[in-house]
Design a protein. Structure first.
Length: 131
């Protein structure tokens, strides 16, 4: 957080290092030229993007953050949008979002981050969305 990547040496030799780097570079795109903003929504979006990146390269993704896999399951690769067939799907997605937010809020790694009730995935759509 705050422009510092806190991975240890063990992370830097993992076979999926590219997924961790994708997550961190995703934050660069999120921030752009604006002032760095530590936002839990940005973290949820970055973890979701990391999951989708892993899924795109190997057919499946994994996440240690609860709710991320459920959210990703609603991403339609054909339309490149989140697809909800009914209100229950949308409710499940929202529940998974808040599950991920609650996990991050209770993690000491993200202490002091801005809490945001705005569910926004603008950067994710820039990268994975329709071109």
């Amino acid at each position: 957080g705050n422009g510092v990547i806190g991975y240890g040496m063990t992370t830097l030799v993992l076979p999926n290092l590219d997924e961790f780097m994708f997550h961190e570079l995703f934050h660069v795109v999120q921030t752009g030229r604006s002032t760095l903003r530590m936002s839990l929504n940005n973290e949820v979006e970055a973890y979701l993007a990391q999951f989708l990146y892993a899924e795109s390269k190997q057919g499946s993704g994994t996440s240690t953050i609860p709710g991320i896999g459920t959210m990703a399951s609603y991403f339609d690769w054909e339309t490149r949008e989140f697809k909800f067939n009914n209100d229950n799907d949308r409710e499940n997605f929202d529940d998974a979002y808040w599950e991920a937010m609650a996990y991050l809020m209770n993690s000491s790694q993200y202490a002091g981050y801005e809490w945001s009730a705005v569910q926004s995935f603008n950067t994710l759509y820039k990268i994975f969305g329709k071109q």
